[in-house]
Write a protein that binds this ligand. Structure first.
Ligand code: C2G
Length: 153
């Protein structure tokens, strides 16, 4: 009998934290199903991604430890997915600790440690700083500084 593990996420700007979690979850079973949040669903979470859903799903589907990537389009689909795929273990990162305990009625529920120091949110903040407007500001500041330095010559 296949030992099926299930998880969900946005997986925007796929990074080592996502990979660590997926590999740890796969190690708990022999078949890993990953629900990837659609752009519409993320909008209801107040989340906007850099990478659109189709690309995020294809990236996750092609991660070696992932067996099946499915769309996640609403919060309530988990119980149905657990039955549909015959899930024995549901898992999330520790930032969701306790939030899906109601699923313990249907399968094992685990929360795994997050990978510290990396997040899509912090990468997005950095990308925002590097947008054109900020670069123009930086360039102006540089011009002012070099003008001042020139006066010392
Ligand atoms: N994660 C991690 N370490 C990080 C960043 C993320 O272990 N440094 C884990 C999160 O805990 C989560 C998974 O990677 O279990 C995906 O994270 P997100 O893409 O941020 O997912 P989220 O938007 O929280 O969506 O129905 C549940 C939601 O779909 C979860």
């Amino acid at each position: 009998m296949k030992n099926v593990v299930l998880t969900y996420g946005t997986f925007d700007l796929f990074h080592i934290g996502h990979l660590n979690l997926l590999q740890r979850l796969k190690a708990l079973g022999d078949y890993l199903v990953v629900g990837v949040s659609t752009d519409e669903f993320n909008a209801t979470k107040g989340k906007q991604t850099i990478v659109p859903f189709d690309d995020r799903q294809r990236i996750v589907q092609n991660i070696k430890c992932v067996d099946l990537a499915i769309p996640e389009s609403h919060w309530e689909q988990k119980v149905g997915d657990i039955a549909k795929y015959g899930v024995s273990t549901f898992g999330m990162g520790a930032d969701w600790a306790g939030r899906f305990d109601e699923l313990k009625a249907h399968c094992n529920v685990v929360y795994l440690p997050r990978t510290e120091g990396i997040s899509s949110t912090s990468m997005k903040k950095l990308l925002r700083v590097l947008d054109k407007e900020h670069v123009d500001d930086l360039r102006q500041a540089l011009n002012v500084i070099s003008a001042i330095i020139d006066r010392f010559d």
